[in-house]
Design a protein around this ligand. Structure first.
Ligand SMILES: [Zn+2]
Ligand SMILES: [Zn+2]
Length: 787
């Protein structure tokens, strides 16, 4: 008898032929037949190689896609690449030594394009090697084709959404204090801010009370902002300062008169309990000025320098200004004490520069007045895991200002507006990508007839682009959009407040509806000890190394078996991945064994075979139920146990003799039943594992059954007439007891036992037990054995 699988072991080298055939063929192309299952994949940046988190999450998304394809659904699983915005600009600045300040816009964009051309599609290559079944690897405009976020088609959509929102009155321009990153040289949204503890100096400074001449001491980390001080406050419960309420303070060096009031923002324990409120210190200050209706004083310009409102420090950088003020205070003996401390400082999420607060005119998309609707949508979507919904709800609750959507950068989608001298604002036509900074509109001014316009120079926040992704992949504006909402948004927890929130906000403004059915939120991959992976710590696990050493399959099965990533951070190591690969060897060996037998038809299923088919059926139902919930972790553990224990260690041992039937002890019908069950279980197990380990299952299935497993339907449980009296545990216990008895008596496993009494429930598999355990005489009762 010969196995249909020729090779001794599964090898990672088999993977190449398989993924290359997938790339060439159109097995995974989007074909509209059944219900549409759409996945709004997060486009990674084109110029950065994928990291372990990408490898992991795309692998899981691929499992979702493959499962739903087997369910007969039309799976929309496009590959998108993010090529817009700051990461590209910063890389171009570094590589070509250009700068957004000194390089002309056209030149700057040329360099960005050059960078994009030269940047390898390393990430695409890694996705291919991981076996990700994207609809297409070619760029195009059909449903499911690969897309770039900087393509004219994508940018046309972004501009069209702006025009749509503008016409609905949801966008307005306003000059107000906003977060400004001196590194990125642009306004940024609250959602793009992180906090970090930076070393800082807490300075105790003397103010004077105008009415009494009394000296009061106020602590601050930002003395250069004294010039913007609008009020001095103390906590309403702070008895020490009650008498100051309603009086006036005079600021040191600048001599400005500001009111003293009680306000809960002031903490009694912090510093002296007195606080100066500046119009640009941090977000608390900004909110305070809005709430108290104080006129903010703007003292920092967009280059991060003090402006004319800053008096003697005008023209200095913020850092130099701070030093100058401290020296001046020291000289005038107005500085009482200095203390070093760590200060929780808002920084830019991308460039990590401390955020400043300056005033510039920007476009805003309304969100504050829609918080209730956003909460309702958050409740409507199904979150996996359910508790991750709270991340979104918390963010919605914390929103206090509208979304500033304009940026002062170059390589991004342009805001499609022109301005006429007469004051008329002219919007671009929908459906065509325009660059107002270097082209004129085609029509004349409706109001005055002029044909020369000033083009808008600002661009969109790249999140304004990214927030279109489900509209783009579902071809908003065409008939195909009837398949909205998008079935699934898979994404990381750290971009809930940006990508997820902005997408549901924009889609709600444009379509009036919720754009996602399900949201799958994943956490992070950490090292073996639970520490965050970072280059400086030297604990990074590079997916390229994983692919080189093990191929995709051990990694993929590890992702499923250990990867409970929607519950919390996940620990990863090369050893764990290598260990997971042992299951592939087991699967290979079991398949080699099964493939020695022809499949055959059965007329009369034997009880042992009915039992294993029932065990298999339980797993079919279980896997389907959990796969539907995006949980591959729990089924993978059960499938792994089934393969190693139930099937290989117990069923195969018991059925072997009947399958071979070398001595003709079994009837042809009994043997046929064994062969049928062996192949039924093998086929079903391969199908259940196909979404998880698509390479090895593809090869085995093809060798055994000469068919593409990825075109097969998800299995349905086979109807079986009888349920056996014994359970899986009963049978395993019986086998183990007999094997242990032989071992304890120094016998080989093949040695004969003269008398064995087994519980009555095993009567139905008598012939299999006799053959497997070499029993001379079997009877029924409580288990006993004799040599
Ligand atoms: Zn920045
Ligand atoms: Zn005009």
């Amino acid at each position: 008898m010969e196995s249909k699988i020729k090779e001794k072991n599964w090898s990672k080298d088999f993977e190449k032929t398989i993924y290359e055939s997938w790339k060439k063929s159109d097995v995974y192309k989007f074909k509209k037949k059944g219900k549409v299952f759409s996945i709004d994949t997060p486009p990674p940046y084109v110029n950065t190689p994928i990291h372990i988190g990408h490898a992991f999450t795309y692998t899981l998304m691929d499992m979702f896609a493959r499962f739903h394809r087997m369910k007969g659904e039309s799976v929309l699983f496009p590959l998108g690449l993010d090529r817009n915005g700051l990461p590209i600009e910063m890389a171009a600045e570094k590589k070509f030594k250009i700068s957004i300040v000194h390089t002309p816009r056209e030149k700057f964009i040329e360099h960005c394009k050059k960078l994009l051309e030269e940047s390898s599609s390393e990430s695409i290559d890694s996705f291919l090697k991981l076996g990700i079944s994207f609809n297409s690897w070619e760029k195009g405009n059909d449903v499911g084709d690969m897309y770039f976020t900087d393509s004219p088609e994508y940018r046309t959509l972004t501009q069209a959404t702006f025009i749509n929102l503008w016409n609905k009155g949801l966008i307005y321009e306003d000059e107000r204090i906003n977060n400004y990153c001196p590194g990125c040289r642009t306004t940024i949204a609250d959602a793009e801010i992180e906090y970090t503890d930076l070393p800082s100096t807490f300075n105790n400074i003397i103010f004077t009370v105008k009415e009494t001449g009394e000296k009061i001491i106020i602590g601050t980390t930002r003395p250069e902002l004294i010039c913007t001080c609008g009020m001095v406050i103390f906590n309403p419960d702070d008895q020490r300062y009650k008498y100051l309420d309603g009086k006036t303070a005079i600021t040191p060096l600048f001599g400005k008169e500001v009111p003293i009031r009680s306000h809960p923002y002031a903490e009694m324990e912090k510093g002296t309990g007195l606080m100066m409120m500046c119009s640009m210190g941090d977000q608390t200050d900004i909110r305070f000025f809005r709430e108290m209706k104080l006129d903010p004083v703007i003292a920092i310009d967009e280059n991060g320098h003090m402006n004319k409102n800053a008096g003697f420090i005008a023209g200095l950088s913020v850092k130099d200004a701070r030093e100058a003020v401290i020296n001046e205070l020291k000289g005038k003996e107005l500085l009482v004490r200095q203390k070093q401390l760590e200060h929780r400082t808002p920084i830019c999420e991308r460039s990590k520069h401390p955020v400043e607060f300056i005033s510039m005119p920007e476009f805003y998309l309304k969100q504050v007045e829609f918080k209730k609707e956003m909460r309702r949508i958050a409740e409507e979507m199904s979150f996996h895991a359910p508790h991750s919904r709270q991340i979104l709800l918390d963010w919605i609750d914390s929103i206090t200002i509208d979304w500033p959507i304009s940026r002062r950068r170059f390589y991004a989608t342009e805001i499609p507006i022109w301005y006429c001298k007469c004051g008329e604002i002219m919007l671009a036509e929908k459906g065509k990508y325009v660059q107002p900074w270097h082209e004129q509109p085609h029509s004349k001014c409706k109001k005055c007839g002029a044909s020369q316009f000033r083009g808008e120079e600002r661009v969109f926040d790249t999140w304004f682009d990214s927030a279109n992704s489900p509209l783009y992949i579902l071809k908003y504006g065409t008939d195909f959009f009837k398949h909205a909402p998008c079935t699934l948004r898979p994404q990381g927890k750290e971009i809930v407040r940006t990508w997820l929130f902005y997408t549901i906000l924009k889609a709600y403004h444009i379509t009036g509806k919720n754009i996602f059915d399900d949201v799958w939120i994943h956490y992070h991959i950490v090292d073996e000890k639970g520490k965050k992976m970072s280059k400086s710590m030297g604990n990074v696990i590079d997916p390229h190394k994983i692919l080189e050493r093990f191929g995709a399959e051990p990694f993929r099965i590890w992702c499923a078996v250990e990867g409970n990533l929607n519950e919390g951070d996940l620990r990863c190591s090369f050893e764990r991945i290598e260990g997971a690969g042992k299951t592939l060897t087991k699967l290979w060996n079991v398949a080699k064994f099964v493939s020695m037998f022809s499949q055959g038809k059965h007329t009369n299923l034997q009880p042992l075979d009915e039992w294993i088919i029932n065990e298999m059926n339980t797993l079919v139902d279980y896997s389907e139920k959990y796969y539907e919930l995006y949980d591959f972790h729990n089924p993978a553990i059960r499938l792994k146990n089934f393969l190693w224990e139930t099937f290989a260690s117990h069923y195969l041992e018991l059925v072997k003799n009947r399958a071979y039937n070398e001595h003709g002890k079994f009837t042809a019908s009994e043997q046929a039943s064994a062969l049928f069950a062996l192949h039924y279980c093998m086929q079903t197990l391969l199908k259940l594992l196909a979404p998880v380990v698509p390479f090895i299952t593809s090869k085995i299935y093809n060798d055994l059954y000469e068919k593409d497993i990825h075109l097969e339907e998800f299995p349905k449980p086979l109807h079986v007439k009888h349920f056996t009296d014994f359970s899986k545990e009963d049978l395993m216990e019986l086998n183990s007891n007999i094997w242990k008895f032989k071992k304890d008596n120094g016998l080989s496993l093949k040695a004969e036992l003269s008398d064995v009494v087994v519980p009555e429930k095993f009567h139905c598999i008598e012939k299999d037990l006799i053959a497997t355990h070499s029993i001379k005489s079997i009877s029924y009762g409580n288990l006993t054995m004799k040599v």
